[in-house]
Design a protein around this ligand. Structure first.
Ligand code: ACO
Length: 428
């Protein structure tokens, strides 16, 4: 808390509220007593001006295009660290030393298998079920396997639940893919890296040895790191809100997966690639730019714009570079990448996009890379969920251990009917 205050004139009298200061970023007016003092609520649909919590995990400066995890810039992490280092960093606050990292790696690898009964659970889904529907269901079902054993008031048990979630998510996502293509599930191979193991479980078959391509492994490492956390976005806020009632952590993460699925959030990578394919040719770009600008057309450029970034999304830069590398190394020439680059170029010089500060976001190029690696588009958001699980569990742990944490319970501006008497059915 600082000495700073903010005053509001309400009905002729001034009300003064304390201002809280973060380590960086905008200060926050503490309005917890506002309703008690004034009888008024504040109105902020979409939380555009409302901080819902204190957090020490991730910082974003949307105007400058900065993203820091525990203080470390995302481009440095994407370039130099492993996904396990980033997971440890998000969960524990600092980068691990060698001994801590080895122990963390070992712990995660001990939790990669699923209970055998879960394989039966998969068989209840239609074979063409969307992987996100399967992820939602299977992760929710895990709460039945670890319910009595999870006392969320015990930090150690919270940590075990977090390890389980981080470790099992690649197995769950890979099995969702295998189920949809009718191939047998593969058990994890703990001798491989987190990403290598995931690639093998997704693309390997029991009949043949699988060799992890280091270029693809590296691209996946970057993609996972770039998606690991992003402060109080919609799915993370969903996990926090679900968790604020004391719900089982596996159920809370299933809620996060449901939220992430939407095309305005994690579903945008799938939507962006579908859009680029639909455009198909650089000559058709002006037509789509015109549609995006047309107020009467609901079409939006998918992979463009962000609630927080009003500058280039720093993750999109790394993603574009990775797209170039992967396509070059795999010797793939994909016209979709040409369409993406030209579309970006045109949009970045178009008055509509410049004025509204609409830049490519993380999802604009990720689809091109994942497509080149061989993932079907339906899997894109599932990969996002896999990586974001690390952020979700870090944020969930932070919330549960926060002494100021309360059950999330927004207020409303009621605009419905006022009190009226019930009319019997035969008189209506
Ligand atoms: N194409 C065209 N116009 C756009 C786009 C877009 N992609 N995004 C925003 N705009 C316009 C809106 O029409 C609006 O115009 P107006 O002020 O004239 O009404 C203005 O820019 C502001 O847009 P809002 O929707 O109010 O901004 P908000 O912060 O609520 O939305 C969002 C952000 C949802 C990401 C939006 O930009 C969007 O729908 N983008 C496409 C989907 C997408 O890529 N989502 C991924 C986000 S990143 C992630 O989840 C990892």
């Amino acid at each position: 808390m600082t000495d700073k205050t903010a005053s509001f004139g309400i009905d002729g009298s001034d009300r003064t509220y304390p201002v809280m200061e973060g380590s960086v970023g905008p200060d926050v007016v503490d309005i917890r007593k506002f309703y008690g003092d004034t009888g008024l609520f504040t109105y902020d649909p979409g939380f555009t001006s409302t901080a819902s919590c204190q957090s020490a995990i991730t910082f974003i400066d949307g105007d400058k295009g900065i993203l820091l995890h525990r203080g470390y810039p995302i481009d440095q992490l994407a370039e130099q660290s492993t996904f396990m280092e980033v997971a440890y960093l998000l969960l524990h606050g600092d980068l691990p030393n060698q001994a801590e990292l080895s122990e963390f790696d070992y712990t995660i690898s001990r939790h990669t298998m699923l209970h055998e009964q879960l394989a039966t659970f998969y068989r209840g889904f239609r074979r063409d079920a969307h992987p996100m529907a399967i992820m939602c269901g299977v992760v929710g079902a895990l709460s039945a396997f670890y319910h009595d054993s999870t006392d969320i008031t015990d930090p150690q048990q919270r940590l075990i639940a977090s390890h389980r979630l981080i470790a099992k998510m690649p197995t769950i996502a890979a099995m969702a893919h295998k189920y949809s293509v009718g191939q047998p599930f593969l058990y994890p191979d703990n001798s491989l890296s987190y990403t290598g193991n995931f690639l093998r479980m997704t693309f390997g078959v029991p009949a043949e040895p699988y060799e992890v391509n280091p270029i693809i492994e590296n691209a996946m490492r970057r993609i996972f790191i770039l998606h690991a956390d992003h402060e109080q976005n919609a799915s993370t806020s969903t996990v926090r809100l679900a968790g604020s009632s004391g719900a089982n952590p596996f159920a809370c993460i299933a809620a996060g997966i449901a939220c992430l699925w939407g095309p305005a959030h994690g579903g945008a990578n799938e939507a962006a690639l579908n859009m680029l394919r639909e455009i198909g040719n650089v000559k058709r770009i002006p037509e789509y730019i015109a549609r995006a600008k047309d107020k009467n057309d609901p079409f939006r450029l998918m992979g463009f714009g962000h609630r927080v970034y009003k500058n280039y999304d720093p993750r999109a830069k790394v993603m574009q570079q990775t797209a170039d590398e992967v396509l070059k190394e795999l010797n793939i020439s994909d016209p979709v990448l040409d369409v993406a680059k030209e579309l970006e170029h045109i949009a970045l010089h178009d008055e509509y996009f410049v004025e509204k500060k609409l830049y490519p976001n993380v999802d604009f190029y990720s689809g091109v890379i994942l497509n080149a690696i061989g993932f079907p588009t339906e899997m894109f958001t599932a990969l996002f969920a896999l990586a974001r699980t690390v952020g979700w569990v870090a944020q969930w742990n932070e919330m549960i251990s926060d002494p100021e944490q309360k059950i999330g319970r927004p207020r409303q501006l009621y605009v419905g009917a006022t009190a009226r008497d019930y009319v019997p059915l035969d008189q209506r």
